[in-house]
Every structure is written in C-alpha cells, then in structure tokens.
Design a protein around this ligand. Structure first.
Ligand SMILES: Nc1ncnc2c1ncn2[C@@H]1O[C@H](COP(=O)(O)OP(=O)(O)O)[C@@H](O)[C@H]1O
Ligand SMILES: [Mg+2]
Length: 294
C-alpha cells in the first residue's frame, strides 16, 4: 500500500472496527480471510484480449487485465476511454466480440450477469441503480438475496414478521449501515437521499452480497473532497478487513493514486499503461492522454 493522504489516515484512526464484524463472520465461514504477501498473490480474475466495437467505434481494443487476491486495482482514463465497457464485459452486461474472462481459471465469458454475480463478482454502477422507493435498510437487505432466497427477502421487506433468520439478516444490514455511517438515514427512502449518500447505499448493497471481488464504477464521481475521502476510507477498510479485492474505476486521478496498489490506464479503448502509482504518475503517455482529453 502506498501512503494515504493524512486526512484519510486520521479519519480511519478515529473510528475503526465499527461494523462489519457480522459480515466478516459470514464470509469467513466460506473462505479463509488471509492476505497473502504481495509477491505470492494469486490471480483471481483475468480479462484476456478483450475487444468490443459499436459500429466504427472501437470501445476496447485487445485489452488484458488481471485482478489479484487482496489488491486494490484502479482502472483510470479520460471519459470515453472504455472503463465502463470493460466492467460491463467482465460482469456479463456486454458481450465482447473477442476475448475471454476467467474467474479462478473458470471461463465466465458466456455466463449471464446474474450468474456472474452469484459467483461473487459484485458491482456498483456509474449511474446509481437502487430501489428508490425502499428504505436504506431494505435496499441493503435486498443485497442478501443469494444468501437467503429471493422470496424470503421480498417477504422480509413487505411483510416483516419476526423470526430468527429475519433478525439475523437485519443485524447484518445494520452492521453494514454502522460501517458506512448511514445510521441517521437508515429508515429514509433512498430516492430522497443526497447523491453522496445514495452512492454509499449502493456500496452497502454490493457488500451485503458478500463479494469475492468488488467492482466499483466511479464511486466517487460528483462528490466533494470530504465525501471522496470518506468513500476512499470505506474502500480501504473493506479491502483490509474483509480481504476483498477491489476494482476501482475512476476518472479523477487524485484519490486513486493514494489508495490503489496497482493502476491500469485506458485511453481510446487501448491499455496505455499499467503499474504501481509511482510508475503511472510520471508516465508521459498517461500525462498526454489526460492533457489531450482537456
Ligand atoms: N452501448 C453502447 N452503444 C454505443 N456506444 C457505446 C455503448 N457503450 C459505450 N459506448 C461507447 O464506448 C466508448 C467507451 O465508453 P465507456 O466505457 O462508457 O467510457 P468510460 O471510460 O468513460 O467509462 C464511448 O465512446 C461510448 O460512447
Ligand atoms: Mg464510465
């Protein structure tokens, strides 16, 4: 991990270990939560030679990306570079014209987005996708469906009768709410919340799925610096405490440089650079791509 800006570090020290304990226990029952040392990290996800075009526009051109255990991988690049397209191909929302996606050696290229999510590839969207008419708590509970069955979730939201399983699922949702500092809005209807808070709820719902890998599409877009730092802090905590590898798509290089272990840079559908933040910062191709994009 590279050095983190002073403010993020300070905020993290001020409150750590609130929440996520229950979720951590759930995940730990399914897999060991260890962070292998950097050199021995296994590749969990591999997108190989991905190409996709829309008419004459080559949105991705032979792009190769690997995500390793325990890392925060940032995918950056100017607007229109192909970042969201790559995430869409990986998560099964778009079909690539060329290339394959593997998760732990299993080819997932032709699986539905639904199946891919069940395998543990969970994502958030650049344009928030939540149940706007439901409360924060209910949106997060909705994320529990693979672990308890969809009809049960619907039952819990619309006919909340008391039973042990329901109480447990609500406790996990509360655990996530504490962690994301959403206590004050837990009962609010999501559609009424400010943008920054909705982004947090979406992260909460993705977490509730107990992801194997978390894919975040511009989770900090449209936020002020303070909100960006909060989001960065949550991302680091999720990565460290739950050992979940994170693919973070960002347009803005600022905070990403502080929190990413590795960075992949896309420009006009091509991968133009890849490396640790220090390598990317001074890379002339990267600087040119960003300057060229104005
Ligand atoms: N469904 C689509 N139909 C047509 N063009 C698309 C579609 N999705 C993406 N594109 C185009 O592909 C390019 C890359 O888009 P995108 O991956 O969204 O960029 P970004 O890096 O900003 O996330 C853009 O030029 C965009 O207009
Ligand atoms: Mg995008």
């Amino acid at each position: 991990m590279t050095e983190i800006t002073g403010d993020i570090t300070k905020k993290r020290e001020q409150r750590y270990s609130y929440g996520l304990m229950l979720l951590r226990e759930c995940i730990e029952k399914k897999r060991p939560l260890t962070n292998p040392n950097v050199k021995e990290r296994k590749v969990l996800l591999r997108a190989e030679n991905i190409s996709i075009a829309f008419g004459k526009l080559q949105a991705l051109n032979n792009v190769m990306v690997e995500v390793k255990e325990g890392e925060i991988l940032a995918i950056i690049g100017p607007n229109g570079a192909g970042k969201t397209c790559l995430l869409n191909v990986i998560s099964g929302f778009y079909r690539a014209q060329q290339g394959d996606v593997y998760m732990e050696e299993k080819k997932i290229t032709h699986l539905s987005s639904h199946k891919i999510a069940e395998l543990g590839l969970c994502r958030t969207f650049q344009n928030i996708a939540l149940y706007t008419g439901l409360s924060v708590t209910d949106n997060i509970i909705a994320g529990r469906h693979p672990h308890i069955g969809y009809n049960f979730v619907t039952g819990m939201i619309y006919f909340p009768w008391a039973n042990k399983e329901e109480a447990f699922q609500r406790a996990i949702a509360e655990d996530i709410i504490d962690f994301l500092e959403l206590e004050h809005v837990r009962g609010s209807v999501v559609g009424m919340l400010a943008y920054g808070l909705r982004k947090r709820v979406e992260l909460g719902r993705a977490l509730a799925l107990e992801p194997r890998i978390l894919l975040l599409d511009e989770p900090m877009a449209g936020m002020n610096l303070d909100e960006k730092e909060d989001m960065a802090r949550f991302i680091i905590d999720i990565n460290e405490f739950l050992k979940i590898p994170i693919v973070l798509i960002e347009h803005d290089m600022g905070v990403v440089m502080d929190i990413a272990d590795r960075i992949v840079v896309l420009d006009f559908g091509n991968k133009i650079a890849e490396g640790v933040p220090e390598e990317i910062k001074g890379n002339p191709k990267v600087i040119a791509a960003y300057l060229g994009a104005g």
